[in-house]
Ligand binder design. Structure first.
Ligand code: ARG
Length: 461
């Protein structure tokens, strides 16, 4: 028997019934569904919409159902239409007519919107916890590598020397903004749509605000059509997670590169790599590659729901049942990625000596040499040209800026002095980047401090 069996008579075609059913993926919201129903029943009783003793009976029976599902004594019937029908059906089976009164002043349209908001609110908080762990791990790794001089790249060409910590901290700030986007999404999502009913509200004297505050919402949605029609809260989370995945994916790509024999900047712990079935020397960075790969899947989830929603007239349409598999997959995938990525970073060993070696070749201090001449009075554009031609000469003669003799320097310009060698020393080049947010050590300390403080404030929220 269907919840809606009134106008329709027969049982309907099995193939259509299976096609219509969402219980195999919405049953994960059973807790939120039951909590929402308990709060709704309490309100119906308090407002005198149903008999308060019947409301109490409903609440107790719902608590029993929740316990039984939790303990595994009650199995969710996979033949149900959805989790809402299952819970209501079970309630009525347990307490008869009182159970049938629960759905007064409510519809599955506002019920599903409520359940989804509650469920996703919990998952977003969990994701925030995982993100905080990741940021902490990246900051720790940066702190450990404060003294490591590495090449900084643009166009994947060695550009300027940086502290490896600076490079890692760039990701920590990206993750901090990802967390901010999730927090914003939670804030906008945390309004209760329950009581919007099918689309137009109800004739009963409900108290939506009390239900909302019982369920931990900050308030109620103020337009009943909006309350049941939009899934922008799912899309916001999915957008925020897509951006997070983009960051994880770029980081993964670098970890793959850095752990190659060509770089050897880092070495992943054995636990986060796999071997090859044929090449005994291999240590493959599968986890990083999978995180990079799963990014496409998360984008796919976002795009799927955007496309599902784009042509829908208001209010509820069954197309919207497609929201759940997409948003659940998105949240599950991002959460799985964070759970493996954080310990992978924590256990990753770094090889500063290899970074330093890579930074020593490739004329990475050419900008510093030009700045040196500029400080001595040469216009920057002229200094730039002179250093460019010096680099070309070095390449021809197999020298580096460090191995040119002072005479060779002075042949180009009288402005060169003995101090040129300390000026182009890589450690000095990094340390002299004193601008706010630069790679100099004061800035690194400041970044670490700022991120740690943000994490503390965030834990206190
Ligand atoms: N399973 C449905 C969904 O996920 C629940 C809402 C059904 N509402 C309706 N009027 N058929 O969207």
């Amino acid at each position: 028997m269907k919840l809606w069996q009134g106008r329709q008579s027969g049982e309907g075609a099995k193939v259509a019934e299976d096609f219509n059913s969402s219980v195999r993926f919405d049953s994960r919201m059973y807790r939120e569904d039951i909590q929402g129903s308990m709060a709704h029943a309490a309100m119906l009783g308090a407002q005198g919409i149903i008999d308060p003793t019947e409301a109490q009976k409903i609440i107790e029976a719902l608590a029993g159902i929740l316990d039984d599902i939790d303990s595994g004594t009650l199995e969710i019937d996979r033949e149900s239409e959805d989790i809402h029908s299952f819970v209501e059906g079970e309630l009525t089976r347990r307490i008869g007519d009182a159970g049938k009164r629960l759905h007064t002043a409510r519809s599955r349209n506002d019920q599903v919107a409520l359940d989804l908001r509650m469920y996703l609110r919990g998952r977003c908080r969990e994701l925030l916890g995982l993100l905080s762990g990741l940021i902490g791990a990246v900051v720790d790794k940066a702190e450990e590598n404060r003294g490591a001089i590495a090449p900084g790249y643009t166009h994947m060409q060695r550009a300027q020397p940086i502290s490896f910590a600076h490079h890692l901290l760039a990701y920590a700030f990206m993750f901090e903004r990802d967390a901010g986007r999730l927090r914003d999404a939670i804030k906008r999502m945390n309004l209760s749509p329950l009581g919007s009913c099918a689309l137009a509200g109800t004739t009963y004297p409900t108290d939506r605000s009390s239900v909302a505050s019982t369920l931990g919402f900050d308030g109620i949605t103020l337009n009943s059509i909006d309350g049941v029609s939009d899934r922008d809260f799912c899309l916001e989370i999915m957008s925020a997670l897509s951006i997070l995945m983009m960051h994880l994916s770029r980081f993964s790509e670098e970890i793959v590169l850095w752990s190659s024999w060509e770089f050897r900047f880092v070495e992943l712990d054995d636990d986060y790599t796999t071997g090859s079935s044929i090449m005994p020397q291999k240590k493959n960075p599968d986890m990083a590659e999978l995180v990079r790969g799963k990014t496409g899947r998360v984008y796919g989830d976002l795009v799927a729901l955007l496309v599902t929603m784009k042509g829908l007239p208001l209010a509820y349409n069954k197309d919207m049942q497609e929201d759940k598999e997409a948003v659940f997959d998105c949240v599950d995938t991002a959460s799985d990625c964070l759970k493996v990525f954080t310990p992978m970073v924590e256990t990753m060993r770094t090889h500063p000596e290899n970074m330093r070696r890579a930074a020593s070749a490739g004329f990475i201090n050419a900008t510093d040499l030009a700045d040196y001449l500029t400080r001595k009075g040469m216009p920057f554009r002229d200094a730039y040209r002179l250093v460019g031609s010096l680099v070309a000469k070095c390449i021809e003669s197999g020298k580096t800026l460090e191995t040119l003799t002072l005479d060779e320097y002075r042949a180009e310009s009288e402005l060169f002095d003995e101090d040129v060698y300390t000026e182009i020393n890589l450690e000095n080049c990094v340390e002299r980047r004193i601008s706010a947010g630069g790679t100099g050590s004061n800035s690194i300390e400041n970044q670490i401090h700022t991120l740690r403080r943000a994490l503390l404030e965030w834990d206190g929220e």
